[in-house]
Design a protein around this ligand. Structure first.
Ligand code: SF4
Length: 265
């Protein structure tokens, strides 16, 4: 068991805490949003969480987070750490999860899915479930999520620019991590933000269906991208699929053998 004194000495950058949430995994949960993400999704509706250090961001001890969560007990079933990207803080989250689990609380991570699996394996071992983002595939994904130079989050004119330097590991790591987590029974839901034109969502569903086939209980959430809170709301507008297009994608997923689907418009 982790001594509470260990939690006193470890600090993380906190964005905010929602004491009760029922959209961050099963049951009523406390959601903790940490600061910092290595991606730069153009549709990110919490772009202020991308910088790890920013003015006004408070560093709080894990003990503070633990105490906040315990105040919500007995009205919660567990805790979800979100961001930003929570796995950036993988070493520090291990003692927090250990301690929360001894209190009977389940520990979830809401992750972009782009992490070094072996590096964060000790955290995976003490994580009950992932809410796992499926980001896309191909060259458009580089533009959509990996262009860190695009600090203003503007939608570029040429979203599939051939001149971009493609980092292949970026494009494959997401699905590769999912394929490793699923057999460990560590995934509760896979979330796909459906954006038109940046990537072939149907091709992505083909690949996902192969992975999900042996895991019918894993929920696929297809979320039609919304512009609210994005840095370039107007630019993103052209890439919002219609409700009909979103339904078509969900129907296609069903045809591919994925039965457990929730569509969010
Ligand atoms: S992974 Fe999430 S937090 Fe990071 S930029 Fe993308 S949407 Fe924002």
């Amino acid at each position: 068991m982790t001594a509470l004194s260990t939690l006193d000495s470890l600090y993380v950058p906190l964005h905010r805490i929602i004491p009760f949430s029922n959209v961050e995994g099963q049951g009523n949960r406390s959601s903790i949003f940490l600061q910092g993400c290595k991606l730069n999704c153009l549709y990110c509706h919490n772009p202020e969480t991308i910088p790890r250090y920013a003015e006004g961001v408070s560093q709080v001890s894990l003990r503070y987070l633990y105490d906040q969560v315990m105040e919500a007990v007995p009205f919660i079933r567990g805790v979800t750490i979100s961001g930003g990207e929570p796995t950036l803080h993988h070493k520090k989250l291990i003692p927090l999860f250990h301690t929360l689990r001894t209190q009977g609380l389940s520990c979830y991570l809401d992750s972009s899915g782009f992490f070094d699996f072996e590096r964060i394996r000790p955290l995976i071992e003490v994580t009950d479930k992932f809410l796992f983002d499926l980001k896309g595939e191909g060259m458009g994904l580089q533009t959509l999520c990996f262009d860190r130079k695009n600090r203003k989050g503007l939608i570029p004119n040429n979203i599939l620019s051939e001149t971009q330097r493609i980092k292949t590991e970026n494009l494959t790591r997401n699905l590769s991590n999912l394929s490793k987590l699923l057999p460990l029974n560590k995934v509760e839901e896979v979330r796909l933000v459906f954006v038109r034109d940046f990537f072939d969502a149907f091709k992505l569903i083909d690949q996902l269906a192969i992975l999900l086939k042996p895991h019918p209980n894993v929920l696929l959430k297809i979320i039609r991208v919304h512009t609210k809170g994005a840095r370039d709301e107007q630019g993103l507008q052209d890439f919002v699929p219609s409700q009909g297009e979103t339904d078509q994608l969900a129907d296609y997923a069903k045809k591919c053998g994925i039965d457990h689907i929730l569509t969010i418009y």
